[in-house]
Design a protein around this ligand. Sequence first.
Ligand SMILES: Nc1nc2c(ncn2[C@@H]2O[C@H](COP(=O)(O)OP(=O)(O)OP(=O)(O)O)[C@@H](O)[C@H]2O)c(=O)[nH]1
Ligand SMILES: [Mg+2]
Length: 283
Amino acid sequence: MITREFRNILIIGRSGNGKSALANTLANRDDEFKQIFKEGSGSVSETRESQSEIFEWNGIFYRLVDTIGLGDTKLSNEEVLYSIAKTIGMMKEGISHLLFIIDSKFNEDERKNFRLLKEVMFESRISNYTTIVRTRFEKFRNRKDCDLDKKNLLSECKDIADIIWACNGLIHVDNPSLDISSDDDIDGDEKQLRILVRKKDKIKSREKLLNHLKNNYIGNYKLSSWDKMYLRINNYLETCDERKYEEEEAITIELAAIIYKEVPSFIKTQQASPEKSWWCQIL
Ligand SMILES: Nc1nc2c(ncn2[C@@H]2O[C@H](COP(=O)(O)OP(=O)(O)OP(=O)(O)O)[C@@H](O)[C@H]2O)c(=O)[nH]1
Ligand SMILES: [Mg+2]
């Protein structure tokens, strides 16, 4: 039996930045951009666990993996780690492209996150596989506007500037929702027209990003213990009919040990554990 190789696209970013909307645009289910990844409507985090979906584009098979928002404070450290283990379990080949999603202005929290993320990126050497995607950018078709925005970003925050320089590109897109049922009372014709305009934005955004990814594919990124963790988590998920908390705890501890060894600065990104104390407890 021939097993197909996929290029895995892992989408990360703060909650509400547009990860799931981008995933829907890229997947373009039924050529209608059907919502397979649930998009949020308010300030509540919508995506509660990683979800994957495959699609083909110009003869290349991709697997998209949408994730929970970075810095989602409702999750414990253990839950975050177990969620990372499950995400690794979705990507046998490793990460072909990491998409780091940003939107408009950054608050102080976000700036602090960029500093930590920068450390993690440099230490793990994943930046060569990373593309920054700026969502909600209506003028994404205009080169001059995109260049100007990049210039502004570079001068706005030193850490994001360092990330931009280290990664392989900053791509601007706009992925507006096609669900306009909640919009003001507009008549049928106007509604159809709005949907058409938004679809065109999605088609163009998709083309722009996928062309960039095709031209910047350099292979797959893996932590050195990736294959072992991939088998470990899949073996558990496929063979156990019901959840076994001891097994999940064992997997979490194993992953913590791998990360502690290979990307120690990741520890600083975990809430309530700026020091090594929490990790010492579970290692
Ligand atoms: N106009 C416009 N709206 C967008 C864009 N990206 C996302 N949205 C909207 O912003 C809201 C949040 O987007 P999501 O894709 O759910 O954000 P998320 O990053 O997946 O959020 P979590 O799952 O909570 O982490 C939704 O209503 C989207 O339709 C964009 O590029 N343009
Ligand atoms: Mg989401």
